[in-house]
Write a protein that binds this ligand. Structure first.
Ligand code: ADP
Ligand code: MG
Ligand code: ZN
Length: 719
């Protein structure tokens, strides 16, 4: 039977091999042995019950709490030609009756159902008239009051299970705590011998934490690295969500907010736009993401500190579900810690203790100097086997950036001492940099010998240094007030007995990773993506249901142009090939002809650097096109990119490279020479970093489209 499972994996799902534990779980299910499966989000739980469902003679019932997920899963299965349906309160009466009819006919393999629908006597009676082979409980942590999403109706599932004694029962969850596991086993009366616990390591997620200095600027810089990619930005408060999404919108990003203050309708709409790739970025409070299955989320930014490690893990887990690399950035600020501490202090003693423990494990993770996967996985009770994962900032930072920072350390510590260890980092730095703020003068700290002796570094650089001193346990932060205290080690440094090494960075740029695994033809990828979107819109489906990003990436790597080659692509089974194989093959053939590429990746005339270079970014190819004399209109016509995308590429390009013949840009402007001069005058006066003040200075008469264009012109001219 496991051979059959393998062939279904290849032919229907289009995957080459099973992921860890999938095969064992499938075998156990087919043997009709109950089990509990714990696997992280994106680990591949669905396949473990979908494949047995196709092998069993009877029906597999999947109990799922999230209506939006049901729809998504059923759509994906139907796309694969699998007979799957769902029953929940979102169906119209006609749809409901139609589904009931299909079920009675007995040809349906998978039925997704919401608990409240399942408990209705008419549903139970219908199921009793059919052969039910498997009852799957998805998101099984909902059974437990100890889980983060308790649903009382889940407790009643055991009654259903008792009425179908011949069906095997398998529970699935991504929550790993032993308490929850025990609850599930007990409530569903599963034999705990069949617990499958997968590793919680998601090795395709790149983890990075940088000190937050100017969050908005840092975010924009990060976003420029991922043009046209989908991502989620998590903020602490609704207010922050609103203001950040406005900032990003003004800067030309395709972005929508998501939080509890919006109407249901608005939230639903924004989520839908995101899922369908009509909007690239969602700025959200933590509430976002539970009900979505979008596989091509390429980045998650934590603009504010997450609530605890568990939430952090869940939230980053929403990226990279297709197995391709995704980038998770956390902007870390000690100010946020103060805020959190303040909230924690308001709590009852028992809750406070738990909250403090959570915060401390988060700090351990954020401040660690070793591979980030070690503290992260150890939180989930897992020992990480590898010392260096190569997919986190700590593993990637090279030791050669380390310099001797004993002198600044001495200045910093001595200033802490002279101000009696009662101030936080920001105050100490202000004293060191000779600030004339009233707080400092009224404390008389402008008279200290350490006043103004640290002007050689910016406030950002000092903050970064302070962060490292804390990491190295040279100083501690006081839990209650955030004031800095010296440790024994710091005293040794002051006495000159111990030296300190650290890094001094120019700016907190997101690090470039050493190994970018992005060795595919970006232009072809973009072309295929447009095709996918076109088909998806026609069928009213999310694009990733047609093909995942991973499938498209493989096509843009291997240039398949025959059925045999195409079938080898990830996610391409027989049915998908029949539906879309030719459409996509034709796109690839067209593309190859236009660009003188012999399929299978062999380039006839290596005139196009896009393919030969490893880390080619699309903004570079746009820039190169422009430099070769193409106008913006020409580039739009050739690449089918949106104008705003081209402008973003050019902006990125001009920051690193020379843009030849900037005057050509003006062909794309509708403004008169005089107006252009006026705009340039304003740029000269107030800078071009942010466009809002420029827009306002021009009395809102010149629209953002023009300003985006002229900013590039301005930067190119002033290089
Ligand atoms: P989970 O329910 O555990 O969060 P899913 O079942 O939604 O995860 O699977 C996540 C992604 O991994 C999906 O896009 C799925 O198609 C893909 N996937 C699952 N198993 C495999 C496999 N053996 N090979 C390749 N891709 C897989
Ligand atoms: Mg799932
Ligand atoms: Zn690492």
């Amino acid at each position: 039977m496991i051979n059959k499972a393998n062939s279904i994996l290849n032919k229907i799902f289009g995957y080459k091999s099973f992921r860890p534990l999938q095969e064992e779980i499938i075998k156990c299910t087919l043997d009709k042995k109950d089990a509990l499966v714990i696997m992280p989000t994106g680990g591949g739980k669905s396949l473990c019950y979908q494949i047995p469902a196709l092998i069993f003679e009877g029906l597999t019932v999947v109990i799922s709490p999230l209506i939006s997920l049901m729809k998504d899963q059923v759509e994906q299965l139907q796309e694969l030609g699998v007979s799957a349906l769902y029953l929940n309160s979102s169906l119209s009466k006609d749809q409901y009756l139609e589904n009931i009819n299909l079920l009675s006919e007995g040809s349906v393999k998978l039925l997704y159902v919401a608990p409240e629908t399942l408990f209705q006597e008419r549903t139970i009676n219908l199921l009793l008239s059919l052969k039910v082979d498997c009852i799957t409980v998805d998101e099984a942590h909902c059974i437990s009051e100890w889980g983060h999403d308790f649903r009382p109706e889940y407790r009643k599932i055991i009654e259903i299970r008792n009425r179908f004694p011949k069906a095997v029962c398998v529970a699935y969850t991504a929550t790993a705590t032993p308490r929850v596991q025990k609850d599930i086993n007990e409530t569903l009366k599963l034999s705990s011998r069949n617990n499958f616990i997968a590793s919680f390591n998601r090795d395709n997620l790149y983890l990075e934490i940088i000190p937050k200095t100017n969050g908005v600027e840092q975010t924009m810089k990060f976003l420029r690295r991922y043009p046209n990619q989908s991502g989620i930005i998590y903020c602490f408060s609704r207010k922050q969500v609103d203001s950040l999404s406005l900032d990003l919108q003004e800067a030309g990003y395709s972005v929508r907010p998501y939080h509890a203050g919006l109407s249901d309708k608005e939230r639903q709409k924004n989520q839908e736009l995101f899922i369908k790739d009509d909007v690239q970025i969602i700025v959200a409070t933590i509430a976002f993401g539970m009900g979505i299955n979008k596989s091509n989320v390429r980045f998650v930014i934590h603009f504010d500190l997450p609530k605890n490690i568990e939430s952090y893990y869940q939230e980053i887990g929403r990226s990279g579900r297709d197995g391709l690399r995704a980038h998770c950035l956390l902007l870390f600020s000690y100010g946020d810690i103060q805020k959190l501490r303040y909230f924690i202090d308001q709590k009852e003693p028992k809750e406070r203790q738990i909250a403090e423990r959570h915060l401390n494990s988060l700090l351990d993770f954020a401040e660690t100097g070793i591979c980030r996967r070690i503290p992260l996985l150890s939180y989930f009770g897992e020992k990480h086997q590898i010392k260096k994962c190569g997919m986190c900032d700590n593993c990637n930072s090279s030791d050669k950036d380390l310099v001797d920072v004993t002198i600044p350390a001495q200045k910093f510590f001595s200033c802490i001492k002279r101000t009696n260890e009662i101030f936080g980092a920001s105050y100490i730095i202000d004293v060191l940099r000779g600030s004339e703020s009233i707080k400092i003068t009224s404390n008389g700290h402008d008279k200290l010998s350490t006043y103004s002796i640290g002007r050689e570094y910016t406030k950002k650089q000092w903050l970064f240094l302070a962060h490292q001193f804390i990491q190295q346990h040279l100083i501690n932060t006081d839990n209650d007030f955030g004031s800095l205290k010296l440790t024994e080690k710091a005293i040794d440094v002051l006495k000159g007995n111990l030296s300190v090494t650290g890094k001094i960075k120019e700016d907190f740029e997101v690090q470039e990773e050493k190994q970018a695994s992005e060795n595919y033809d970006h232009l072809l990828f973009a072309t295929l993506r447009i095709k996918r979107k076109e088909i998806a819109d026609k069928l009213k489906l999310p694009p990733y249901v047609i093909f995942s990003d991973k499938s498209l990436t493989e096509m843009a790597t291997y240039f398949p142009v025959t059925k045999k080659e195409m079938i080898r692509i990830h996610g391409l089974g027989e049915i998908k090939f029949e539906k879309y194989g030719n459409i996509f093959m034709n796109e690839i053939i067209d593309y190859c002809e236009k660009n003188n590429i012999k399929p299978n990746g062999n380039i006839i005339k290596p005139n196009s650097k896009i393919i030969t270079s490893d880390k080619k970014k699309s903004h570079n190819s746009t820039g190169e096109k422009f430099n070769s004399g193409m106008s913006i209109m020409d580039i739009i016509q050739e690449t089918k990119f949106k104008r705003s995308t081209i402008l973003k590429h050019l902006l990125d390009f001009v920051e690193e490279n020379k843009l030849q013949n900037p005057d050509l840009l003006l062909e794309d402007s509708r403004l008169s020479e005089k107006e252009i001069e006026k705009v340039i005058g304003i740029f000269n006066k107030i800078g071009s970093e942010r466009l809002t003040p420029v827009y306002e200075a021009l009395k809102e008469k010149i629209d953002y489209d023009e300003l985006h264009l002229l900013r590039i012109y301005y930067l190119a001219k002033n290089k």
